[in-house]
Design a protein around this ligand. Structure first.
Ligand code: SF4
Ligand code: SF4
Length: 67
């Protein structure tokens, strides 16, 4: 099953990946990252297709996609 991993130290919670994901997989976590942001996370993990759009749009290179 495809999945993403977010480097919480890099994520600035800009939400670009949330908008880009065609399957509404990504949300913002409730907890704070070390940098003080609510980092992106898989809110709807089973819908991920591994298309990598989220990783392409992230300006902080915070997302890795695993297939
Ligand atoms: S890999 Fe594709 S489907 Fe999965 S979270 Fe990223 S944009 Fe969404
Ligand atoms: S696009 Fe990158 S920096 Fe922006 S919320 Fe998503 S993971 Fe975080």
């Amino acid at each position: 099953m495809p999945k993403i991993e977010v480097d919480e130290g890099r994520c600035k919670a800009c939400e670009l990946c949330i908008v880009a994901c065609p399957h509404k997989v990504i949300g913002l976590a409730k907890h704070f990252s070390p940098s003080g942001f609510h980092p992106a996370c898989m809110a709807n993990a089973e819908a991920c297709t591994g298309c990598m759009l989220c990783a392409f749009v992230c300006p902080d290179v915070a997302i890795e996609v695993y297939k």
